[in-house]
Design a protein around this ligand. Structure first.
Ligand code: PLP
Length: 422
């Protein structure tokens, strides 16, 4: 069939498509593979119980269930929920926010499509602008979002080697060029795939640079502040009129309800809402309905800090210590300093096979990880060996799954490196 150029992009190989297919297959195959690959958040019993109770209240209050499922919200999203969010941001962070500064979307993934194509792509007179990713590696889900070819420009990071087999990516400000060909700057904080948290100092500097050029700074806070706040280092929540803050209820525990939150200046929110009306009429209503009380009471930040963050932090520490002990000292493995999100990013310097081949071998053994090469949108493939030496593993799954997965991973890696020597 002859698809349009637009259609062909989706008909070919797409990292995010492969990842979501693997995830879906894993859930139905028997025996299920050890899923260290997806970005699914954990089922945290205490958090799930909060939503169960809230659902019970919706079901028992006369007319409430029918109202929630039976009406479209406006394209901007559930008004009462947006009002409660604005109040939370004003009260807790003193941000100068009104309801007109917030739009809901069907997941934050959906918001990136609107936002990226709003700020980058073709402009009047045929001028092209790119979206700058100041710190590669970056989220796989950005890759195919831009409607124009060569949509992204990514900046190679500095690598800081740390003790205890850790390392940290830092923004290379020397190499960072923000000229008139850049339409916006975007980074995830914490970063998927690495668990890196761009430091407050780096954020301030990026903010200054974007302000100087009069372009927006998009901060993807799907795992970050103020909720679900899966951040183990210090990081201040930030917003001002030049920042577009993207939040989500997914990693707090509601991935299936597809609720994204965009906080931005009013003229941006108006256009994002219009786009939602075209793409999907309105955002879903169930996520806002389930999270309403948590936002209104401010409990969403308390639950984030007291339940969600410690849950993942414990699992991160456990996974790091298991990886180190299972790999042994001879394997050239370094782990990105785990500062947040649900992932560990492993770098095997001198890996004798490509990270895709490692992924395939592990899949044969029943372990799913994600090959690191997907996470460099905006960088030319083959331009840096490092891109083929990393994988992402998630520690969100049950402890036994993570443990077995790491053991099989270590066996395979040892095999690969020992074959190199013989
Ligand atoms: C960094 C990052 N941003 C955004 C998203 C999208 O999340 P959602 O569309 O569920 O809000 C994800 C999902 O994994 C992510 O990892």
């Amino acid at each position: 069939m002859d698809f349009s150029d637009f259609g062909k992009r989706f008909a070919g190989e797409i990292g995010i498509g492969e990842l979501m297919d693997d995830l879906g297959d894993a859930l139905v195959s028997d025996p299920a593979p050890l899923m260290l690959g997806g970005g699914n958040p954990a089922h945290i019993p205490e958090v799930q119980n909060i939503f169960r109770q809230r659902m019970g209240a919706i079901l028992t209050k006369p007319g409430e269930f029918e109202r929630v499922i039976g009406n479209y919200d406006t394209p901007q999203g559930a008004r009462a929920f947006i009002g409660a969010l604005a109040e939370l941001f004003r009260d807790e962070f003193s941000w100068d926010i009104e309801p007109e500064n917030i739009a809901l979307t069907n997941g934050s993934q959906n918001a990136f499509f609107s936002l990226f194509n709003l700020f980058a792509g073709k402009f009047q007179g045929g001028r092209l602008k790119k979206l700058l990713l100041p710190l590669a590696p970056e989220y796989i889900g950005y890759s195919e979002v831009g409607l124009e070819p060569d949509f992204f420009y990514a900046n190679r990071p500095e690598i800081e080697l740390l003790e205890e087999r850790l390392f940290k990516y830092r923004v290379d400000f020397e190499g960072l060029k923000i000229d008139d060909s850049i339409g916006a700057v975007c980074f995830s904080r914490p970063t998927n795939p690495t668990g890196n948290v761009v430091t407050d100092a780096e954020v301030s500097r990026l903010r200054e640079l974007a302000n100087e050029k009069g372009i927006p700074l998009i901060i993807d806070s799907a795992y970050g502040t103020p909720f679900p706040n899966i951040i183990y280092s210090d990081a201040q929540p930030v917003w001002d009129e030049n920042i577009v803050l993207c939040l989500s209820l997914s990693k707090f525990g509601l991935p299936s309800l597809r609720t994204g939150i965009v906080v931005a200046r009013k003229e941006i929110i108006r256009v994002v809402s219009r786009m939602t009306s075209v793409f999907s009429l309105a955002p879903g209503s169930l996520g806002p309905a389930l999270a309403m009380d948590l936002v209104k009471s401010g409990d969403i930040t308390r639950v984030s800090n007291d339940l969600v963050k410690p849950f993942y932090q414990r699992k991160a520490e456990q996974a790091v210590s298991l990886l180190k002990s299972e790999m042994g000292e001879d394997i050239p493995m370094r782990i990105h300093k785990p500062e947040g999100a649900l992932f560990l990013w492993l770098w095997f310097e001198g890996l004798p096979v490509s990270s895709q081949e490692l992924y395939q071998r592990l899949k044969q053994k029943g372990v799913l990880v994600v090959s690191g090469h997907y996470f460099f949108p905006g960088m030319e493939s083959g331009s840096w060996n490092h891109m083929q030496q990393c994988i992402r593993v998630t520690y969100a799954q049950d402890d036994e799954v993570v443990e077995q997965g790491i053991k099989l991973l270590a066996d395979e890696i040892k095999d690969i490196f020992s074959q190199k020597q013989t």
